[in-house]
Design a protein around this ligand. Structure first.
Ligand SMILES: [Zn+2]
Length: 95
């Protein structure tokens, strides 16, 4: 007796190999003999409890660069304002 109807099901690989980008690999059942994944239960933040960025296009880097550029501008503006305030205070003290 067969469990499934013939000729309508794809080929089943009971020992399909799954490779993750993190280096871990495991075996599962699949219709594909080999599977490459970017994230798995060994490296997903849900299981590791650690923050991790899945960054394939460098978007996180770009964002961090923008953040540091904005911070630099803010610091420069604050320094200018402080110098201006000091000048103003000195001018008022001289009067
Ligand atoms: Zn992984």
């Amino acid at each position: 007796m067969r469990a499934v109807k013939e000729k309508i099901h794809p080929k089943w690989f009971p020992e399909a190999k799954v490779h993750c980008a993190c280096g871990s690999a495991f075996v599962t059942g699949s219709t594909m003999p080999e599977i490459a994944v970017e994230i798995c239960s060994a490296c997903h933040p849900l299981f590791t409890g650690q923050q991790k960025f899945v960054d394939t296009a460098g978007r996180v880097d770009k964002f961090n660069q923008r953040v540091s550029a904005a911070k630099k501008k803010q610091d420069e503006a604050a320094a200018r304002k402080a110098a201006k305030d000091a000048q103003k205070a000195a001018a008022e003290a001289a009067v």
